[in-house]
Design a protein around this ligand. Structure first.
Ligand SMILES: [Zn+2]
Length: 453
């Protein structure tokens, strides 16, 4: 018997089909910018056509098209959309063991840019869709498949464009997208997370203005560079408020074994100091909990001077990558900045650089139940918890355009845990265990059958 209760023949057919499609997708260089997603969209159109499935290719720009397929079930029911983006982030070949677009199968892995983010899920969902079509679409409602452009950079001609310009193509009740699927093992159980929301961003610049002059006359406290240093220090020292809702509390309880520490992490007044304690102890958990507590400030770009070492510049600026929870707004960010920089008088000026609010779906839904049932059926020792993603996905555009839908990010990895997989996404030597591909396709197919019963 092969994995997951399949016969050896069925499993090896599934493995062959999934790996073949996946590796062909990986070989299409869809680095964004510039994207070049149309080539990958056509590859998928051909794959679907071979199974007699009609598709539509639509988009704003000729080289940056999206592919959509729709499959009607045999009875009435809700619509589930399987979403994935075709573009990938740049790869620097010199840093890779194997060429990033070779899609080589070596040591049990398939190597390539996009292997994890997210052509594995794009291929797995396509195979699940095709198998359901080939077996007669014996389910309720409708199944939609969308492979889109422009998620990693730009975010204009993909999911956002479809929702604005061709909403009839992507209307749905449930959306399954990227955003979760790694697991950690705690007390012998595999803890997986799916994402039911994404944080937003409020990236801002603080400009400082001082008095320019000769470097030999220090002009203490009027030097714009010194003022910028004080701004950076004040933002770093500021006690940002912590917000702990029921979902975050449940996540902390499951993740942090020490009951006393978990209790303090869940107390908004003590959460920040407990987090510092967790971080000082070298716990990776600190990185998982910190973004969930609320607003974060990360100064990432500083600019000042540059003309000559003996010239004091009159202006300096620091740009901060600020992230906000769903529900938090620009006003919340401004309040914290004003409080943090109160001691600096009027020597600084705020400028918003990029602002996108986060959003979230309810963590409890029939889609969540189907993900949990299917996962626990395939991995009996698994637990599945909802969490909010600190980064960004296209689910955000769908929730904004279709406020009634439930959008989650999930596609499970089976062969290795999150620690073993490290930080391969967006990094050199991105790769996935080859056996995860057929397992993911099987997972998606079973989720569809469970949800659209
Ligand atoms: Zn992605």
């Amino acid at each position: 018997m092969s994995p997951f209760g399949l016969s050896t023949t069925v499993w090896s057919d599934l493995e062959r089909e999934t790996l073949d499609l996946f590796r062909r997708l990986l070989r299409v260089d869809t680095t964004n910018p510039p994207g070049n997603e149309t080539v990958a969209a056509r590859l998928l159109a051909d794959y679907f056509a071979a199974a007699g499935i009609d598709t539509e290719i639509a988009g704003e720009l000729p080289g940056r098209q999206n592919l959509i397929a729709r499959l009607r079930g045999r009875r009435d029911g809700p619509t589930l959309l399987l979403l994935g983006h075709l573009d990938v982030v740049p790869a620097e070949p010199a840093e890779w063991t194997l060429p990033p677009f070779s899609a080589e199968l070596r040591d049990g892995y398939v190597w390539g840019r996009g292997a994890l983010d997210m052509k594995c899920q794009v291929a797995a969902q396509a195979v699940a869709f095709s198998r359901l079509a080939r077996s007669g679409a014996d389910f309720a409602g409708e199944l939609v498949y969308a492979a889109t452009a422009d998620e990693e950079n730009g975010r204009f001609c993909g999911a956002r464009w479809l929702n604005a310009q061709r909403p009839e193509l992507v209307r749905c009740d449930y959306l399954l997208n990227e955003g979760g699927g790694y697991y950690v093992t705690i007390d012998g159980r595999r803890l997986y997370t799916f994402t039911n929301g994404e944080k937003g961003c409020a990236q801002f610049t603080i400009h400082t203005r001082g008095k320019g002059g000769h470097g030999s006359v220090p002009l203490h406290r009027l030097n714009a560079v010194e003022l910028m240093g004080r701004v950076i220090g004040a933002l770093a020292d500021h006690d940002l408020p912590a917000a702990v809702d029921a979902q975050t509390a449940a996540y902390i309880d499951r993740l942090v074994g020490d009951g006393d520490l978990a209790g303090r992490l869940k107390d908004p007044w003590r959460a920040r100091s407990a987090l510092a304690e967790l971080h000082a102890a070298g716990s990776e958990t600190a990185y998982l909990v910190e973004p969930l507590l609320g607003i974060t400030f990360s100064p990432t770009i500083a600019r000042a001077g540059g003309q000559a070492v003996n010239v004091i510049p009159s202006h300096a600026e620091v740009t901060v990558d600020c992230r906000i929870l769903p529900g938090q707004t620009e006003a919340d960010v401004r309040r914290e900045i004003d409080a943090a920089l109160a001691g600096l008088g009027d020597a600084w000026r705020f400028e918003m650089v990029d602002y996108i609010e986060g959003n979230r779906s309810s963590p409890a839904s029939p889609l969540g139940d189907s993900l949990r049932r299917t996962l626990c059926d395939m991995v009996p020792e698994a637990d599945l918890l909802p969490t909010v993603l600190c980064g960004f996905t296209d689910s955000r555009w769908f929730r904004e355009a279709q406020p009634d839908l439930t959008a989650y990010g999930f596609c499970p990895f089976f062969a290795e845990d999150a620690v073993a997989m490290g930080d391969r996404e967006h990094a050199a030597d991105e790769r996935i265990a080859a056996s995860d591909l057929p397992a993911q396709a099987l997972f998606v197919e079973r989720v569809v059958r469970d949800l659209l019963r």
